[in-house]
Design a protein around this ligand. Structure first.
Ligand code: DX5
Ligand code: ZN
Length: 217
């Protein structure tokens, strides 16, 4: 079903060859490119920042979906907007003023998203649904690729209810693969992030192609 979007996370790509990796997954049908920004503070891992986003942006023909696992967020919004982010997702747990943060992202000309950790209930974002284009439901505790999927189908269904007829995507992030995807789609998700399932933990040059995995969903 092409109304379901696939967003490969470059966290599982070859860090020395992002340009080629992005080109390969886009050729295989990726809809968005998911970029996991981690600060070693909000999550226990460090990845990359706005300079990397700027460097890869010319290689992305689709959309750059930037997932900020950082706190604070506000001082960096302008930098990620300038770097060419199409979507900027901030965690509801990242600070006391998520409403202000989402307004600032929109004001910077970027589509805002809000993410929820596994321990955070759906209703935590009920009052910001008018401000966002996307809600990201984490199905792992954020920080690393390749973790096992946590069942958040009840949360996804509750979010669909809260969202109602607003044009808001529900993205699911963590442990999504052809085996776990059907239940999250049935619950109401329409954007699937896939790190290890897309890149197979190494390179898209792997003979078991991402395209075949997606076809199985
Ligand atoms: C986790 C990241 C995810 C991760 C997904 O902190 O936000 O985007 O890269 O990787 P997999 O699909 O391997 O769980
Ligand atoms: Zn992510």
């Amino acid at each position: 079903d092409r109304s379901i979007k696939i967003a490969p996370s470059i966290l599982s790509a070859d860090f020395a060859d992002f340009g080629r990796e992005i080109q390969a997954v886009e050729a295989q049908g990726a809809d968005w490119i998911h970029v996991d920004v981690m600060d070693g503070h909000f999550v226990p891992n460090i990845t990359f920042g706005p300079q990397l986003c700027r460097a890869i942006r010319p290689h992305i023909k689709t959309l750059m979906d930037v997932h900020l696992m950082i706190a604070p967020v506000d001082p960096y919004i302008e930098a990620f907007a300038d770097a060419g982010a199409d979507i900027l997702t901030a965690h509801v747990e990242a600070g006391p003023h998520i409403h202000r943060t989402l307004q600032a992202i929109r004001a910077a000309g970027v589509r805002p998203g809000v993410a929820l950790n596994p321990g955070t209930p759906a209703d935590a974002v009920a009052n910001v649904l008018d401000l966002v284009d996307l809600v990201c439901v984490m199905t792992v505790n954020p920080g690393f690729g390749g973790q096992s999927f946590l069942d958040m189908t009840a949360k996804i269904a509750r979010l669909r209810e809260l969202i109602g007829d607003r044009p808001v995507h529900i993205e699911v992030d963590g442990g999504v693969d052809p085996r776990t995807a059907p239940a999250v789609v049935a619950a109401g998700a329409d954007v699937l992030v896939a790190g290890s399932a897309a890149f197979r933990g190494g390179s898209v040059a792997d003979p078991a192609p991402y395209g075949a995995n997606i076809a199985a969903i």
